[in-house]
Design a protein around this ligand. Structure first.
Ligand SMILES: C[S@@+](CC[C@H](N)C(=O)[O-])C[C@H]1O[C@@H](n2cnc3c(N)ncnc32)[C@H](O)[C@@H]1O
Length: 375
């Protein structure tokens, strides 16, 4: 099958993790840039990545990439792109995008030029006088960065962090893709015990369980490209069946979630059921001040509360201090905490063994990892 150039955007800071995941899923020519990973693969791979990726935000087909300093460059570059390979005569093709550090900086003007050039190309190549735009949705996305344009088609539709298991969430849920990144950083395996002492709506534990059990991240949702004629329905069916056939029917993974909010714990239980992970995770009411475990080994992964108002900051810092006391150095134990608090290590009382910058939405955070056990 022909190779197609693609791009998957991701949260800033997880490009390397996503590159490794894409290679594992079968992608070639994998190349990471800020917040995005370029790769190539065939139609089946695009379906597979949509269904299985835990870290990609979307999968785009990269239809063309070229430099544009003027609207004429933009028009000609867009007109030269092979839109007719993907978009049908009746396809709906809205254009959205962003301009960053470029000579062309008006998003609405760029949008209009790209729309016009793509329409002219389609009319000419598909021999159509009019394009009714009544059929499937082919969202064109452009990114103009430093005078270089990427023209893309969105195969995913809803972003891939919308897995379909989070029917309900608490006040401050984290993106599923960020939770999956923490699970990767903590190197969770199928036989691990994972504990989240401030579990909120349970996202970290659900992502950890799905990884341990090999449950496809997006097996239960649909994708925009399922309605495109270049993807036959069998491609999606085959990839879903393949992904489901790899689910482990039994594994030693154990997830334990604690929170002081009973409503959040109810949400966790419901979400875990929807995610097919309920048999592997238990959720209990417990304050982090009472954290102590008798397991031989475990990975603690946590997204503790952080404060925005002064009173909340004091409470959050109190929790970080408590963590420093209850997260003791023990053989076989590791602690992975994500926090935007600059003074986290000071409150915790120990320098992290490893630190890495990640973004929780627009909030710049650090992931603090503690895994060395020697005194
Ligand atoms: C930022 S949220 C966690 C969100 C979670 N990662 C998710 O995806 O839904 C922090 C959680 O810590 C809980 N929490 C606050 N104080 C706590 C304490 N003393 N002990 C345990 N949990 C606490 C809150 O109820 C809240 O659910």
């Amino acid at each position: 099958m022909t190779e197609i150039n693609c791009m998957a955007p991701c949260l800033m800071g997880i490009e390397k993790l996503l590159s490794d995941e894409l290679k594992f899923l079968g992608a070639s020519d994998v190349k990471a840039e800020n917040g995005r990973v370029f790769f190539s693969g065939d139609i089946s791979l695009i379906a597979k990545i949509n269904i299985c990726s835990r870290l990609a935000e979307r999968v785009y087909i990269l239809v063309s990439r070229f430099d544009a300093y003027t609207f004429e460059d933009l028009f000609q570059g867009t007109y030269s792109a092979p839109w007719e390979k993907y978009i049908e005569k009746d396809g709906i093709f809205p254009v959205t995008g962003r301009c960053l550090s470029s000579d062309l900086h008006s998003v609405p003007s760029c949008q209009a030029v790209i729309k016009k050039a793509a329409a002219e190309r389609l009319k000419s190549k598909l021999k159509a006088d009019v394009l009714p735009e009544t059929g499937a949705l082919y969202k064109i996305k452009f990114l103009l960065m430093k005078n270089n344009v990427c023209l893309m088609l969105d195969t995913s539709g809803d972003p891939l962090h919308k897995r379909g298991y989070r029917a309900l969430s608490n006040d401050a849920p984290m993106k599923e893709t960020l939770a999956a990144a923490l699970v990767e950083l903590a190197r969770v395996r199928s036989n691990h015990t994972v504990i989240d002492p401030c579990c909120g709506s349970g996202t970290i534990l659900i992502e950890a369980a799905q990884k341990a059990l090999n449950i496809p991240a997006n097996g239960k949702r649909s994708f925009a490209a399922e309605k495109w004629s270049i993807f036959s329905p069998q491609v999606w069916q085959e990839q879903r069946e393949l992904a489901y056939s790899r689910i482990k029917s039994d594994c030693a993974f154990k997830g334990i979630g604690y929170d002081i909010d009973d409503n959040a714990l109810d949400i966790c239980r419901r979400n875990a059921r929807l995610a097919g992970a309920a048999d592997y995770i238990t959720f209990k009411h417990r304050d982090i001040h009472d954290f102590s475990e008798s397991f031989g080994r475990a990975s603690v992964i946590c997204n503790p509360p952080y404060g925005e108002r002064l009173a909340d900051i004091a409470t959050a810092q109190e929790i970080y201090k408590t963590m420093g006391k209850v997260f003791t150095k023990k053989q076989g134990w590791s602690y992975t905490v994500i926090s935007p608090e600059g003074d986290f290590e000071k409150c915790f009382g120990r320098k992290a063994d490893k630190r890495r910058k990640l973004y929780n939405g627009m909030i710049s955070c650090q992931v603090y990892q503690y895994f060395r056990n020697e005194p």
